[in-house]
Write a protein that binds this ligand. Structure first.
Ligand code: ZN
Length: 434
């Protein structure tokens, strides 16, 4: 039993006002003039109702790096950003390369209760790129892993990549590749281009991403398996995915909010909050990934939420860690970069931030349209306001956000996870009423 909720006057995918009734964690009514005795009434007048957001690419850091984030704090950040489910990358300590670790993550997430956590399994043992991890055991475990990735590292050996793609076919799994040729990016500090030349920093060339994506789509075609490309960041990568999809190759791709908004010009200030892998690219790349997301070449916006403690960022550029937190700001950045520019409507946002990631990751109960009979995973967003993004907007354990001090549109007001209110009027619920 959970609370009965009456969401009054929400704009369901911008289509006009409607009430949504939630009972026992399920949507039991949608229409106008609904009422229910004893229900907690949520005034959603003027708010956009979206299916609960799903992040295909989150680093929760637990087990092993609890100083940066835990499953509890990471899912709290997720709730603050409107997410009801996150896929957790396996670069923990120990690495999530066995049934035992992914089941441990699942148990911690169930106890936290702020969001559904779907573990991603490592492709190779210890993410060392040498031999395949126990993919079948993770798939068959209680965590039902369907997405495998060595994210943080590229599966560089083509034979191991081929075998991984072949192996996951038996249960419809997918390999999510962090596309980065390690040799072409040795010592890289930022995007290779005009700015890196001026600053004298070692560059991370676009071809180091594009050559791996080109190889991998051909491998996926050759073995007839599913490939997902993580955090695609260059114009050339968009072209390759467009070509591969036209050819019928089973490939999907994601882009991060920061690659939709920020450019390598920001590196000039040497503020390590802008250091990320893959790096911030040129303006031309930002425009190309926006276009690729708008025309469906890119399927998903995924945060690559990567928490780091202060000392990993408060140092000189070369020594700083790569990565940004992104869960709390993702929807607002997509609002600014894609909706305010006229490239996406709110139903497209529901597709790229909820239904597509759930479908690619084969996660049931999430990413479904707001309809009677569906699990009540709902995000209510105020698109009419704007405000400065501050520390108060962050609810995880780390504060390495590139948006601090930046004006962003919108505000996530309510998040409802399986009928439980996890965010209420912009405040993360201290206690979850179940
Ligand atoms: Zn990555």
């Amino acid at each position: 039993m959970t609370e009965t909720l009456l969401i009054a006057g929400a704009s369901v995918l911008g289509a006009g006002g409607a009430d949504i009734l939630v009972e026992d964690g399920v949507i039991t009514g949608i229409g106008t003039g609904l009422s229910r005795d004893g229900a907690r009434v949520i005034d959603a007048d003027g708010l956009v109702a979206l299916p609960g957001l799903v992040d295909l690419h989150t680093h929760l850091r637990e087990p092993g790096y609890e100083a940066s984030e835990t499953i509890l704090t990471g899912t709290r950040a997720a709730a603050a950003g409107g997410f009801t489910a996150v896929f957790a990358m396996p670069n923990t300590s120990p690495v999530a390369d066995s049934a035992g670790v992914v089941e441990q993550e699942l148990a911690l997430a169930e106890a936290a209760g702020y969001a559904t956590v779907q573990p991603i399994g490592a492709v190779t043992v210890g993410q060392k790129g040498e031999r395949l991890a126990e993919l079948g055991a993770m798939a068959g475990s209680r965590a039902k892993v369907r997405v495998f990735s060595d994210d943080g590292f590229c599966v560089f050996d083509p034979l191991i990549m081929r075998r991984a793609l072949e192996y996951v076919k038996s249960f419809g799994g997918v390999i999510a590749q962090h596309a980065q040729d390690p040799r072409l990016t040795e010592g890289a500090q930022m995007n290779e281009g005009v700015v890196s030349a001026e600053l004298g920093l070692a560059g991370w060339p676009a071809v180091a991403e594009e050559s791996i994506i080109a190889r991998d789509v051909l491998l996926a075609e050759h073995v007839g398996s599913r490939l997902h490309v993580c955090h695609l960041s260059t114009a050339g990568s968009v072209d390759i995915i467009r070509w591969a999809k036209k050819r019928g190759i089973q490939v999907t791709a994601e882009v991060t909010p920061h690659h939709l908004l920020l450019t390598d010009e920001l590196v000039r200030g040497y503020d390590a909050r802008y250091k990320v892998n893959p790096p911030l690219r040129r303006e031309e790349d930002v425009l190309a990934v926006r276009e690729g997301l708008a025309d469906g070449t890119i399927d998903v916006v995924a945060t690559d939420h990567a928490p780091h403690p202060g000392e990993s960022k408060a140092c000189e550029w070369q020594a700083a860690a790569n990565g940004m937190v992104g869960l709390e700001s993702a929807l607002r950045v997509v609002h600014q970069s894609m909706v305010q520019t006229g490239l996406l409507e709110w139903d497209d946002v529901a597709r790229v931030m909820s239904s597509a990631p759930a479908r690619i990751g084969m996660l049931d109960g999430h990413g479904e349209p707001l309809e009677v009979g569906r699990p009540a995973n709902i995000t209510l967003y105020d698109s009419a306001v704007a405000g400065t993004f501050t520390q108060a907007d962050l609810h995880g354990r780390s504060e390495n956000s590139p948006y601090l001090g930046r004006e962003l549109p919108g505000r996530v007001e309510w998040t409802i996870h399986n009928g439980v209110v996890t965010l209420a009027e912009g405040a993360v619920a201290e206690e979850l009423v179940r």
